[in-house]
Design a protein around this ligand. Structure first.
Ligand SMILES: Nc1ncnc2c1ncn2[C@@H]1O[C@H](COP(=O)(O)OP(=O)(O)OP(=O)(O)O)[C@@H](O)[C@H]1O
Ligand SMILES: [Mg+2]
Length: 293
């Protein structure tokens, strides 16, 4: 914890009225933050973080997901690829409670049936989601955004008006470093580049220490350098968190999988192929429906 950051923390406390106003604005817009104290702790003893089993979602008879099944291990970084309309975002909607499947089961660890929980409860049990468009509080500083995310987590048992503890300031500093925004801690979030806003939003998710992070096209619109740094960030999170990353950028997927991780290809709401990137890239069906276009 540096003295500068302590000072920044003190300064940020002066903006609580603004923070509170921003939080009110966020109702509905930022459902990924847990606001409930929930007694449920996921049981990861078998090493599985997430089960999606035989899930079907229909929209007016059209099956966006068609008996989709997949399993994510604790600490795993899984990339999901597939053509537009394959059902990738719908899958995330089912995991986070935004969409209710017609059939199937979605569970977190061995014990938590996600289909019985509301969106905010799902966030509270440790599932964080990053939507494609960055949703940060543009009028607040980078630091204040992280502070707000920390205090929005009811498990932290802090109110918006309480002082940040040393541990909390340390955690903010740690996340600022991780997301490459330590030098920009006092910058207004609205002035950041698109890529930096994406990192800030990921940082806000990390403040709540999610067990599972769902990231929908996180590098869309980023520069090559920002994309590279995002891959480094995700690789540094692997192991401590489970990550599900949906992306169309194959270079990025290649960086994340490091030639050894499983990639899942979705097509028409089901798993079309699963395996190493090099294997799915040479799979005829995958080339036909996706990569060869
Ligand atoms: N609320 C909805 N109502 C009707 N149809 C929907 C709804 N949400 C998704 N769909 C349809 O379900 C299918 C799957 O959409 P989804 O957004 O999950 O695809 P995706 O794999 O995320 O695609 P992309 O790569 O373009 O983001 C699409 O045909 C889409 O039009
Ligand atoms: Mg999508």
């Amino acid at each position: 914890m540096t003295p500068e950051l302590m000072e920044q923390g003190a300064e940020a406390l002066q903006h609580h009225a603004e923070i509170e106003a921003a939080q009110k604005d966020s109702s509905g817009g930022s459902a990924s933050f847990g606001r409930l104290v929930h007694g449920l702790t996921p049981d990861f003893t078998t090493g599985v973080a997430l089960y999606v089993d035989d899930v079907t979602v229909s929209f007016d008879g059209f099956k966006a997901l068609n008996r989709l099944s997949l399993m994510i291990k604790v600490g795993e970084l899984r990339c999901i690829i597939g053509p537009n309309g394959a059902g990738k975002t719908t899958m995330m909607d089912c995991i986070t409670g935004k969409t209710r499947p017609d059939a199937g089961t979605v569970s977190f660890g061995q014990n938590i049936d996600l289909l019985r929980l509301r969106e905010n409860e799902i966030a509270a049990v440790g599932i964080g989601r990053k939507f494609q468009k960055p949703t940060v509080f543009e009028q607040l500083s980078v630091f204040e955004n992280l502070e707000l995310a920390l205090k929005a987590d009811k498990r932290a048992r802090t109110s918006l008006f309480s002082r940040l503890s040393g541990t909390q300031l340390d955690r903010i500093a740690e996340v600022l470093t991780l997301i490459h925004l330590l030098p920009s801690a006092q910058r207004q979030a609205g002035l950041l580049s698109h890529g930096q806003k994406q990192w800030l939003e990921i940082g806000m998710l990390l403040m709540q220490d999610p067990k599972l992070l769902l990231l929908d096209e996180p590098v869309a619109g980023m520069t090559d350098e920002e994309t590279e740094r995002t891959a480094e960030l995700f690789l540094s999170l692997e192991g401590q968190h489970s990550l599900v990353v949906v992306e169309h950028d194959m270079h990025f997927v290649d960086q994340l999988t490091e030639g050894k991780k499983t990639v899942t290809v979705l097509h028409e709401g089901s798993v079309l192929a699963e395996g190493l990137l090099s294997d799915v890239q040479s799979n005829e069906r995958v080339v036909e429906v996706y990569l060869g276009r």
